[in-house]
Design a protein around this ligand. Sequence first.
Ligand SMILES: [Mg+2]
Length: 456
Amino acid sequence: MTARILIVDDVPTNTRLLEARLAAEYYQVSSARDGFEALERAQIWQPDLILLDVMMPGMDGFECCRQLKAHDSTLHIPVVMVTALGESAERLRGLEAGADDFLTKPIEYETLMARMRSLVRLKRLLDEWRARVETARAMGVGDDRASVPGVTGTQALAIDPSAGSLATIAHGLALDGIQTHPAHTGAEAIAAAARHTFDLIVVNANLPNDDALKLISALRASDSTHETPLLLVAEPGDKARVLRGFELGASDWLTMPVDANELRARARNQIRRKIYQDRFRADLGTALELAVVDPLTSLYNQRYLRRHLDELMRRREGPPIALLMLDVDHFKAVNDRFGHANGDIALKAIADTLRANVRAFDSAARYGGEEFVVVMPGSGIDDATAAAERLRAAVETVVFEPVPGQRHPLTISVGVACAPAESATPDTLLRAADRALYEAKRLGRNRVELAPMAEA
Ligand SMILES: [Mg+2]
């Protein structure tokens, strides 16, 4: 996994070594000398992660972090603050400024890599949801969900053999309105997770009677806790176990003894992320679907198709795109003879056939009355022609009996256009496919015709 890392430090010698090491791991690295430059770089370059020094002249790391987290275009970028060793007050200030994580100087390379992987992975997920929500908003269906969600009323599961530690955890989380369910053993934890839905799990890496790493695996494998943020609590020197915990899916970690305020801030970040993800998912399930789907056929509608095509063809260096335009033959006769209700049944049957016969990443849309479009990203003319022929043949087998016992044949004509992304626009591609479709009609229907390459 490669990622863009922005290093912010006022001392160039601090950044140079790190830059070299990260670049050697194929990360793209950029650096900024102060907070002002960092804000500017972050907005323009959109890194996947920011390593931010605390002590800098002009604007310190706290202020810089606050501003990053206050700005719409940068608030989703994980910030790892780099502090002096043993400064717990600094860490708390940073977490309150919105920092996502901490490293102490000198930066320990393995810990950095583990944290970076975890944060970048999480960011990728968030990016994906953000992009989808943006599309929904651009189409006028996204409500305003920009506000930062609160954590009050959420539930945590804490697994620790010590009653004292459990009390510290419960007390700290309660200050933010998070209710804690204590568990002393792995078995208790698994039982609780089966009964309840939790928003956070805090697990001690040293359980006297259980293998904590096995417990993490089990929690990650279970449907109910598969995506629940998980904080690992470990001894400061127990690096190997922490790294293994990250590999098994821990979201973050804390060192013992647990600092209540540090726990609060980390818990808050993790729970908020989970809430964002749940929200995005819920939005997609309803609003987006309503706006982009044709109600009769449940295929995409023309509005979505056009936007999707714009998006695919906007990237100049993108892969080739093939487009099929399909039209039901003699459809007017179906409506005239059997009525519109039967016409709708025929369209639905054809739509179902198209959906069942395109690849997962192709998009099938109802383009107009009895006209359909299939967009095939990454396909050349051979793939597209084969697909068109497959669809044509499949529609031919659709059983349509508007009068019981009397089968009425359904066929489609298909126009195929294909173009390298850089030389075509959505309109030229649609027009080329449309002309090829017209040709298929003219040559007798129930057939596939290709647009000459130069046209698309
Ligand atoms: Mg400094």
